[in-house]
Write a protein of this length. Structure first.
Length: 289
C-alpha cells in the first residue's frame, strides 16, 4: 500500500496548534502523525488524498494568526515501513507492562512483556492515546505508575481499528480468552496476526472489516477503540449493541474538550461514564452499559 507524507509548517508553532491541525486532518483521511521541529508530519493512503479537503482544513483553521504551508511526497511501502520502524518507541507502565520492538531485550521486572514488529500499521503504543487505553484496560490508576492489574480472566474483547494489535494482545495477556480484532487496512490485519504469533498467543479472530459488518449476536465484555472522534460518534449505537450488560467500552483518539460530546451520545445510547483520564491534551474514557 502506498502512502503520502505531508509536512505542515506552522508559523508560529505551538504544540496545541499542531494537535488541533492533526485533529482536523483526521477528517480528511490522515492515519497517523508525528512532529519534527516546527512541522507536523501527516501520513495518508495515497488513494485517499484529496487536496481540496486538505486546503479547506488549512483555510478554515480555527486559530487566528497561524500561517500553515505544506509539502508532500509519496512514500513506498518499503520506505514507509522503515520510517515507521525507526520512529517506534518502547513504552512502560509501571511494573505492569513493557511494550518494545522485538529486537530489544525483554524486561524481566514487569508482569506483561509485549513484543512487536511495528510495520506500517498504526497503534504502536508510542502515542499518548495508546498509553491511556492501556491504563484504562489494565489498571485502576490514573497514571502510569500502576503496578496492580485489573482481572480480565475469561472475558471476551473486541478491538475496533486494531492497528498493530497492541491493545488486543495486552487484553489477552491480562486474562481475556477471546479476541475479535477488526481493521479496514489489510496491512494492520496482517501485522496483528504476526504480532499475536510473536507473543506466543494462539490464533484469534482478526478480520479485514469494520464494526457495521460484525454479526449483531456477537457480544463482548470489553470493547476497545482508539480511532478518530467522528468514527466514535457515528458508531456509538453499534458499540452499545455489541457490549454485554455491565461491559466496558474504552475509547480514545480525541481531545479532552471533545469528551463531553461522546459521553452525552453514550448516555443517549444507554451507557454511562465510569472513568476519564488524559495526557498532553488527549483523552480516554471508560463507559459502562
Amino acid at each position: 500500500m502506498e502512502y503520502t507524507e505531508y509536512r505542515f509548517k506552522l508559523e508560529p508553532y505551538d504544540e496545541s496548534f499542531s494537535d488541533v491541525l492533526a485533529s482536523e486532518l483526521g477528517d480528511a483521511g490522515f492515519d497517523s502523525f508525528d512532529t519534527e521541529g516546527d512541522q507536523l508530519k501527516g501520513y495518508i493512503q495515497t488513494a485517499l488524498v484529496d487536496e481540496k479537503a486538505i486546503d479547506a482544513v488549512i483555510r478554515n483553521f480555527p486559530i487566528d494568526g497561524v500561517h500553515i504551508t505544506y509539502t508532500s511526497e509519496t512514500v513506498s511501502s518499503s520506505d514507509w515501513n522503515s520510517v515507521w520502524e525507526s520512529g517506534f518507541q518502547s513504552i512502560r507502565i509501571g511494573d505492569l507492562v513493557y511494550i518494545h520492538d522485538e529486537k530489544l531485550e525483554a524486561a524481566g521486572d514487569v508482569k506483561y512483556d509485549i513484543r512487536l514488529h511495528p510495520r506500517m500499521a498504526f497503534g504502536s503504543g508510542s502515542h499518548s492515546t495508546t498509553r491511556l487505553m492501556l491504563q484504562l484496560l489494565l489498571t485502576s490508576a490514573d497514571d502510569d505508575s500502576a503496578v496492580e492489574s485489573v482481572d480480565l480472566t475469561g472475558q471476551r474483547v473486541l478491538d475496533v481499528g486494531c492497528g498493530t494489535g497492541i491493545l488486543g494482545i495486552a487484553a489477552l495477556k491480562g486474562g481475556c480468552t477471546h479476541l475479535t480484532a477488526l481493521d479496514i487496512d489489510i496491512d494492520s490485519v496482517l501485522n496483528t496476526r504476526e504480532n499475536l504469533i510473536l507473543n506466543d498467543i494462539e490464533p484469534q479472530e482478526v478480520l479485514e472489516s469494520d464494526l457495521s459488518k460484525l454479526d449483531t449476536s456477537s457480544q463482548y465484555d470489553i470493547i476497545l477503540s482508539n480511532i478518530h472522534l467522528n468514527i466514535h460518534l457515528s458508531q456509538m449505537q453499534l458499540y452499545q449493541e455489541h457490549l454485554k450488560p455491565g461491559g466496558r467500552l474504552l475509547l480514545s483518539g480525541f481531545f479532552t474538550q471533545e469528551s463531553a460530546q461522546l459521553v452525552s451520545l453514550a448516555e443517549e445510547a444507554g451507557m454511562h461514564l465510569s472513568r476519564e483520564i488524559s495526557e498532553e491534551g488527549w483523552c480516554a474514557i471508560e463507559l459502562r452499559k
